[in-house]
Each structure stands twice: as structure tokens, then as C-alpha cells.
Design a protein around this ligand. Structure first.
Ligand code: NAD
Length: 417
């Protein structure tokens, strides 16, 4: 694999290897599933507002496309690397397989700092990047979506650039679009809704009632805020929420609609007048039933895992728990719902968007939510049954489910040579 820093990829392989060993995966299939199928590196020249030409490096990786078109976001960030994009594409492969949707795993990224760029520069960069990778993407090939620093507007530019090249409007080339351009109702809330559903199913399995259960959430962005609102609707008490500025604690339960109004104005939960101040460090040690990390990666480490008192951890974020911290939590009997299951509601709703675009027939929000619930609950049941059958944690079980599905179609399709 052409990359300079393999650390992230190695960490993914550790998770993969644990499950592959339990499955007794044959060495040939093991080799296929641990090698990215396609890594594309492009240079994107852009005429900047100051009249200078800058050249940005862009990546698109299709890790595995045995189950269907590659699916995965496009990230704009100064820290983007081929190693990172490849690892994220691998995670998308396992996430789509666990969610049981007919997609492979992909990811894209451009090394840039969009916070220092004008809207025109971001649009020009997006269009040039799409033109550079255009042969590799398409509704049957690879379907991008938003990720860090990309949004519905960027997806509209991706869709338009692709459509201009093929000569007709092709909405199904990308998901996470504005509703008017073939986006799906319920997509924005889908990841948080999936977190709520997997929390509900876990509580049922563990035998406690979510009504009155105490929940702490790190992050109050898309995933954290929707999870909080939907769990509060189920009667849970959201007692603590933090974001990048700090947070709040209210033993009686935070008033989520009011907090949403506060954040709409102030862009942070900090300064909310009800409740006590709370730091991110304090959040992890609170006496709660459920802890939901929904902000960043590597937040639960060996430094704070021993303080965690929650009996259930639901990973809304991608990669919030280090492998060592995860082992520690599991050994202490904490039930951890892994990211590739807990936050798979987003990609499942993306699949629904792609299906609707291809049919040209759009579902009501109720239909989207009902189908999402059915898919998420089936995925949860599959992973839980696998965990119980093999006597392993939910993360290893999710990998077992994912690897089994991708390995099965690889064997069925046979070797083309
Ligand atoms: P977002 O940008 O909307 O929100 C991120 C939240 O995290 C914000 O409240 C921010 O203040 C907070 N935060 C940032 N730095 C922090 C810090 N140092 N300490 C505490 N809080 C901090 O992002 P999002 O879409 O909600 O995504 C959150 C996580 O969920 C990410 O790991 C993302 O990859 C993952 N995820 C998101 C989706 C989706 O559909 N949005 C799908 C799957 C996974």
C-alpha cells in the first residue's frame, strides 16, 4: 500500500485480525480483505482569489467493492493523508456490511484548510477534484457523501459537476444532498436516531429501563444533539453534555429543546444558564447509566476508562475508544456498542437516499424512519447473537458479522484472473 504512515491502518488491522482468527478465515481471503482495492491520488490546481495558482492533493480510496458500489464521505482537512483515507474506507466497508446494505467501502479527502478559503475557492476545488476522479465515481461505482468540513452544498457541487460531464442530471451519484436536489427526509437525523435505537436495544438486553436512566453525552453537534433529543423523548434523563468549550450538568435532566435554542445562537452549550459547569474530563467519571461519546476519536483512553461508571457506552463518534481502553471496559463488564454498529444509521439513510434517487420516487419521513428502525434493529440483533454465540464483545462480534458477509461474496464470486 502506497502510504507513509501506517499507524491508523495497523490499528484497524488489529480489530480485523481478532475477528478473522475466530472465524478461521482462510489466508487467501484474509489477504484480499486487508488490501485496498483502489487508491487514487490526484493533483487539483485552483486559481485562488489572490490570482495565484495553488495545487491541492486529493484522494479517493475504494477499499472493497464486493458487496456493491463504494460508499463513504469526502473530508476537507489539513491532516488528510492516504493512510487516514484508506483506513476510513476500510471502516466504511465493515460498517456497510454490518448494516447489511449493498455497498462497499470508500472514502475521499483533500489536503486543504477550508476555514482559510473563500466559498468560490472551495467550489472551484470541489469541481476540479470531481473532474479528476470522475471515471471512478457514479451511482454504480462509488457514491460519495459529506464528512468533516463538507456539507449539502458541497454535495450539490459534486452532483452538478458529475452531471455536466455525463450530460444529464444524475442525483444518485452522491448522498447528503439538499432535499430539493434529491436528498432524503430523515437523513440529517439518521445517525442520532441510530444511536437512540442501539441505546434502546442495549438497555433492553441489559435489563434496565431507559425511562429515568441517566445519560451523559460528549458532543452536541449533529450526532450528539439528535441522540439527546430522541433519548429524552423516550424518558431518559440527559444529565450531562459537553462540547469543545466545556459543558453542563443538571441532575434533574437538561432541557434539550432550550439547550438547542441556546446553541443555535451561541454555537456552544457553554453559558447555558441552567445547570452546573462541567469539563470534558469530569463527564467521563460521572455516575450515569449510559455514556455516549459523540464528538471525536480517541476520547476514552486508559487514562479515563477506569473512572467510567456507566454500564453502557454507545459510540456515536467514529473511533472514540482506544483498543486498550476498550479491553479495560470489557473486562469490567461495561457493554460497549461499537461505532460501526452504533453510528451506522447515517450510512443506512444514505442508502435509502440512493434508492429513492434511482427510483425517482421519494418516501415520507415516517417511511424513512420506520425502515431505518427495522434495519438498525436487525443489525443490532445480528451482532448481539454473534457476541453471545462466540462469547466475545460487541466490537469483535460486529467485525465477525462484517467479515463473514464480505468473505462469503468473495468466495461466491470466485477468482477472476
Ligand atoms: P459535528 O461537527 O456536528 O459535532 C461535533 C461536536 O463535537 C460539536 O458539539 C463539537 O463542539 C464537539 N467537540 C469538538 N471537539 C471537542 C472536544 N475536544 N471535546 C468535546 N467536544 C468536542 O459532528 P457530528 O456530525 O456530530 O459527528 C460527531 C462524530 O460522529 C464524528 O466522530 C463523526 O465522524 C461521527 N459520525 C457522524 C455521522 C453523521 O452523520 N454526522 C455519521 C457517522 C459518524
Amino acid at each position: 500500500m502506497a502510504t507513509t504512515d501506517r499507524s491508523m491502518f495497523e490499528a484497524m488491522l488489529q480489530e480485523f485480525d481478532g475477528a478473522a482468527r475466530i472465524l478461521n478465515l482462510e489466508p487467501g481471503i484474509w489477504r484480499i480483505l486487508t488490501a485496498p482495492k483502489r487508491q487514487i491520488v490526484v493533483s487539483c490546481p485552483v486559481l485562488m482569489d489572490d490570482g495565484e495558482i495553488q495545487v491541492f492533493t486529493g484522494y479517493r480510496v475504494q477499499y472493497n467493492i464486493s458487496l456493491g458500489p463504494a460508499k463513504g464521505g469526502i473530508r476537507y482537512h489539513p491532516g488528510v493523508s492516504l493512510d487516514e483515507v484508506t483506513t476510513l474506507a476500510a471502516w466504511m466497508t465493515w460498517k456497510c456490511a454490518v448494516a447489511h446494505i449493498p455497498f462497499g467501502g470508500g472514502k475521499g479527502g483533500i489536503l486543504c484548510d477550508p476555514t482559510t478559503m473563500s466559498r468560490r475557492e472551495v467550489e472551484a476545488l470541489t469541481r476540479r477534484y470531481v473532474a479528476e476522479i470522475i471515471d471512478a465515481i457514479g451511482p454504480e461505482k462509488d457514491v460519495p457523501a459529506p464528512d468533516v468540513n463538507t456539507d449539502a452544498q458541497v454535495m450539490a457541487w459534486v452532483m452538478d459537476t458529475y452531471s455536466m460531464h455525463v450530460g444529464h442530471t444524475e442525483t444518485a451519484v452522491v448522498t447528503g444532498k439538499p432535499l430539493e436536489l434529491g436528498g432524503s427526509l430523515g437523513r440529517r437525523e439518521a445517525t442520532g436516531r441510530g444511536v437512540m435505537l442501539t441505546t434502546r436495544e442495549s438497555a433492553r438486553h441489559l435489563g434496565f429501563d431507559l425511562r429515568g436512566a441517566r445519560i451523559a453525552i460528549q458532543g452536541f453537534g449533529n450526532v450528539g444533539s439528535v441522540s439527546a433529543a430522541l433519548l429524552a423523548d423516550l424518558g431518559a434523563k440527559i444529565v450531562a453534555i459537553t462540547d469543545w468549550q466545556g459543558g453542563i450538568y443538571d441532575a434533574d435532566g437538561i432541557d434539550i429543546p432550550r439547550l438547542l435554542e441556546h446553541v443555535a445562537v451561541h454555537k456552544t452549550v457553554h453559558g447555558f444558564t441552567r445547570g452546573d459547569r462541567l469539563t470534558n474530563e469530569q463527564l467521563f467519571g460521572l455516575a450515569v447509566d449510559v455514556l455516549i461519546p459523540a464528538a471525536l476519536e480517541n476520547q476514552i483512553t486508559l487514562a479515563n476508562a477506569p473512572d467510567i461508571k456507566a454500564r453502557l457506552v454507545v459510540e456515536g463518534a467514529n473511533g472514540p475508544t482506544t483498543p486498550e481502553a476498550h479491553r479495560h471496559l470489557h473486562d469490567r463488564g461495561v457493554f460497549v456498542v461499537p461505532d460501526i454498529l452504533a453510528n451506522s444509521g447515517g450510512v443506512t439513510a444514505s442508502y435509502f437516499e440512493w434508492v429513492q434517487d434511482r427510483h425517482g420516487y421519494f418516501w415520507t419521513e415516517k417511511e424513512v424512519n420506520e425502515r431505518l428502525e427495522q434495519k438498525l434493529c436487525e443489525a443490532f440483533d445480528d451482532v448481539l447473537a454473534t457476541a453471545l454465540r462466540h462469547g466475545v464483545d460487541m466490537r469483535t462480534a460486529a467485525y465477525i458479522v462484517a467479515i463473514s458477509r464480505v468473505a462469503a461474496v468473495t468466495r461466491m464470486r470466485g477468482m477472476y484472473a
